[in-house]
Structure formats: structure tokens, C-alpha cells
Design a protein around this ligand. Structure first.
Ligand SMILES: C[S@@+](CC[C@H](N)C(=O)[O-])C[C@H]1O[C@@H](n2cnc3c(N)ncnc32)[C@H](O)[C@@H]1O
Length: 237
């Protein structure tokens, strides 16, 4: 397995692998009307922390999808231990294995930036019901970066792009989301630094190279703290 940032998150089994972690998730979800009749897709669910929270807290029907086998195995184990009736699906955000209009809500917590957005964002729109909501927490370019800096960020994190807030909004609108609202999430250094995670399910015998990735992540978080940010997007048709 290649020593990448996403493989590192998977091997350490980081729950809440997005800026702000579960605390931010709870905050965002508390502003939505969610009940047990709703169907919610947690796309790029990682180890399933948010899916578990949604199912336990709201009793809604949750589908947790990811394209990383280790992430999905850890999510399944979490749901089994917590006895939660969550559907787990191995799949790609760019080609979702669901019928049109299947979900009331799609959540993408630090996932879309890793995908080809010309495919994934229209897929989120397609699988949403006409009055559905997309909630996305995404990495943003908050200040200009040089080409060399951009290349370093893209290479290290494995994101496909580093968009500014207006660029993200334009992509959501192009996919048919006419109402896009965004909010900045102020990262604190220690929030970037493993996202306040207290929820780990570590694999055995993690290679030293992955500890180096954690160090590099801390270093990059620090040097790019004014250039890389995070926004919460709420998108509706
Ligand atoms: C930074 S992690 C966030 C995980 C989770 N949403 C969370 O907040 O804890 C990004 C996740 O997106 C998944 N991912 C990346 N590209 C994907 C794609 N094209 N389709 C499905 N999942 C994807 C990765 O496997 C990983 O689990």
C-alpha cells in the first residue's frame, strides 16, 4: 500500500477525519431538521463516526459509502459494536450506485476535494430528492498560493484541486444547486492537528512512513494556516 495521507488516516483509523471533527458535525446537523423518516448518505464515510452519530441520535436511515476498503471495514466494525442498522457500501462518489432521488440529505465531510468534482457534485445532486440538501465541509484556498505551494498541497493530501470559496460555489451552482450558502470554519492549529480526534481504531504494525506523514501534516498545517482553510457549504436545489 502506498504511503499516502488517506492511507495514513485509514491505518490510524481516525474518526472525524475532517476539520472540526465530530463537534463541528454535531453543530452543523443541529441546524437541520432531521427525523427518523429520512434517508441520509454519508459519502466518503471514513471510519463511520458521523454515520453512527446520525443513526444513534436521529434514528434516520443511514447509508455509509467509501472507496477505501480499510476505512469501510473499520466503519462496519463500529456499526456492529454499536448495533446500528447502517448500510455500508463500497463505492465511488464519482459514480454512486444509487437510483436518482434516493436521499433526503447527502453529507460530504472532507471528501469532495479528493474527487473529480465534475463527476462527484452532479452525482450528489442526482441521488438527492428534489428538495434534498447537500452538506459539504471542504478544504478551501483562502489566500493566493504559488504554483509550487499548490503542487505540494495537492501532492501531499492527494486532493484533486484546492478551490476558493467562490470557485466551490460556482461548481455547486453549475451542478444545479441554486441555493448555496457557505460559512467559514476557523481552524485552530490544534484542530488541523488531527482534528481534535480522540477516536482512533489503529491497525496493527503501522509502518514508520505513516508516522512521518502525520508529522508532515502537522508541519504543512502550520505553514499553510493562512492559505488553506475550511468552509461549510449547504446546497439546495
Ligand atoms: C479525509 S477522509 C474523511 C472521512 C470522513 N468523512 C470523516 O470526516 O471522518 C476522506 C474520505 O473520503 C474517501 N474518499 C475519497 N475519495 C473518494 C471517492 N471518490 N469515493 C468515495 N470515497 C472517497 C476516503 O477514502 C476517505 O475515507
Amino acid at each position: 500500500m502506498e504511503s499516502t495521507y488517506l492511507n495514513c488516516l485509514a491505518l490510524f483509523g481516525v474518526g472525524g477525519a475532517h476539520p472540526g471533527g465530530l463537534q463541528l458535525t454535531k453543530n452543523i446537523l443541529s441546524k437541520e431538521k432531521i427525523d427518523d423518516t429520512m434517508k441520509i448518505l454519508d459519502v466518503g464515510c471514513g471510519t463511520g463516526q458521523t454515520s453512527a452519530y446520525l443513526s444513534k441520535e436521529y434514528g434516520c436511515q443511514v447509508t455509509a459509502l467509501d472507496c477505501h476498503k480499510i476505512m469501510l471495514e473499520k466503519a462496519k466494525e463500529r456499526f456492529r459494536l454499536m448495533q446500528l442498522p447502517i448500510d455500508t457500501v463500497y463505492g465511488n462518489a464519482e459514480n454512486l450506485p444509487f437510483e436518482d432521488g434516493s436521499f433526503d440529505m447527502v453529507l460530504s465531510e472532507s471528501v469532495t476535494a479528493f474527487t473529480h468534482i465534475s463527476q462527484s457534485i452532479p452525482e450528489f445532486k442526482r441521488v438527492l430528492k428534489p428538495n434534498g440538501t447537500l452538506l459539504a465541509i471542504e478544504m478551501t484556498r483562502e489566500n493566493p498560493v504559488t504554483e509550487a505551494e499548490l503542487a505540494q498541497i495537492i501532492r501531499f493530501y492527494g486532493v484533486k484541486q484546492l478551490l476558493s470559496e467562490p470557485e466551490w460555489c460556482a461548481h455547486f451552482q453549475r451542478a444545479g444547486f441554486n441555493h448555496v450558502h457557505s460559512e467559514i470554519f476557523k481552524l485552530q492549529t490544534d484542530a488541523m492537528n488531527m482534528y481534535n480526534a480522540v477516536d482512533f481504531s489503529m491497525s496493527k504494525d503501522i509502518d514508520d512512513s505513516y508516522f512521518q506523514i502525520l508529522n508532515e501534516h502537522q508541519y504543512l498545517s502550520m505553514i499553510y494556516q493562512d492559505k488553506i482553510g475550511c468552509r461549510i457549504f449547504r446546497c439546495r436545489v
